[in-house]
Design a protein around this ligand. Structure first.
Ligand SMILES: Cc1cc2nc3c(=O)[nH]c(=O)nc-3n(C[C@H](O)[C@H](O)[C@H](O)COP(=O)(O)OP(=O)(O)OC[C@H]3O[C@@H](n4cnc5c(N)ncnc54)[C@H](O)[C@@H]3O)c2cc1C
Length: 332
């Protein structure tokens, strides 16, 4: 028998925009809720890919940065105080004889619940570490993997090291903020960069170093003073720098849907119009799902979350209303 003292009504796997909104709505439906996220930070792809980007296509919000959206969604999720577990990667899901589920994480923890909502996207993205010696001494202070909080670069000398269009985007964004921006690329071209971005780069004040690599970092207590650059012709240059941003791509760890016994289509979970999967009691929402007409958008994830939660509620209490109005629930 499942240990009922540790039994949630629902466990949400994934703390991206969809999982966080799911947690809020589970609370609104009066469900004892736990959310499990493998990353150190919540927000999923919105936090990873669009922290400073403006998002324009969410109903009722004319524009909002990814960071602000994540912050607001975390605040909303917290309204009913769900249990939020971070740094745990769910590896297995076992359906018990009594119909409950036991989820085991790679970290060795076991979680029990009556239903499961999968909001994992297609997996977890990790930053590819650059091959620069001693970089870890600076990471978090003057070396960064994302361009969060651009105000910290006001009046500073910033070097960006990347051969990707993300590096071009960061350089052009910081051009008007930093005192000087350097863009170091170990190749001669920028992967995936649009012509218009390269034209903007040409016209900008960004100093671009092609076919060049970072040779050495110099600084004190995590704060950079100088970076030594080596070019293809073996020329060496010392550049005064306050901050270094690196982007060498992301690697994806796919969520093991097949091991969980779920029917999949192109590594996404097949759902019906109730957001039900092929396993009774397991539902899914957001980028994790596959169905005809699926769109990979934040707002689609929210709508699917509502349906998945209402379906999970019905699974727990067949006589529960199919949906509820927040105006009624929170009426003063
Ligand atoms: C560059 C880019 C720009 C975009 N621009 C827009 C836009 O302008 N407007 C828009 O609406 N959408 C946009 N999108 C799409 C949007 O980002 C996604 O639709 C949305 O982030 C999906 O959210 P999600 O929560 O479903 O999945 P994700 O954000 O992928 O979150 C899933 C979470 O689950 C976690 N996870 C996965 N597996 C496990 C596991 N086994 N155990 C524990 N945790 C796990 C992951 O770590 C992750 O945090 C953009 C996407 C990209 C890449």
């Amino acid at each position: 028998m499942t240990d009922t003292s540790n039994l949630d009504d629902v466990i949400i796997i994934g703390g991206g925009s969809t999982g966080l909104y799911t947690a809020f709505y589970c609370g609104m439906r009066g469900m004892k809720t736990k959310l499990i996220e493998s990353d150190t930070e919540l927000g999923g792809k919105v936090a990873k890919f669009l922290p400073e980007k403006l998002i324009y296509d969410i109903g009722g919000i004319p524009q909002i940065t990814g960071d602000e959206l994540v912050k607001q969604t975390i605040d909303q999720a917290a309204k009913h105080q769900p249990t939020i577990v971070q740094n745990e990667w769910i590896e297995t899901i076992k359906k018990n004889e009594d119909g409950t589920f036991s989820l085991t994480s790679k970290e060795g923890m076991v979680h029990h619940s009556k239903t499961v909502i999968i909001a994992t996207g297609t997996g977890k993205f990790d930053t590819v570490q650059p091959d620069i010696s001693n970089i870890e001494l600076y990471t978090g202070k003057s070396h960064h993997y994302t361009m969060k909080n651009p105000q910290q670069y006001v009046g500073k000398r910033v070097m960006i090291c990347s051969n990707n269009r993300i590096g071009v985007d960061w350089a052009l964004t910081l051009e008007g903020i930093a005192e000087q921006v350097y863009l170091v690329n170990n190749k001669k071209t920028f992967q995936n960069a649009a012509d218009v971005e390269l034209e903007q780069l040409d016209k900008s004040s960004v100093v671009v170093k092609l076919a060049s690599e970072i040779g050495q970092l110099d600084g004190d207590e995590g704060w950079l003073d100088q970076i030594i650059i080596k070019s293809e012709q073996a020329a060496v240059e010392q550049i005064d720098v306050d901050h270094l941003l690196t982007y060498h791509g992301l690697k994806m760890n796919p969520t093991p849907f097949d091991n969980w016994g779920l029917e999949t289509d192109s590594n996404r979970v097949v759902v019906d119009h109730f957001m039900a999967t092929n396993i009774e009691g397991i539902f899914a929402a957001g980028d994790a799902t596959s169905y005809p007409g699926k769109t990979m958008l934040i707002a689609s994830g929210y709508t699917e979350a509502l349906t998945a939660v209402n379906s999970a509620k019905k699974h727990l209490e067949p006589n529960a209303p199919s949906t509820v109005y927040s105006t009624v629930i929170y009426r003063k």
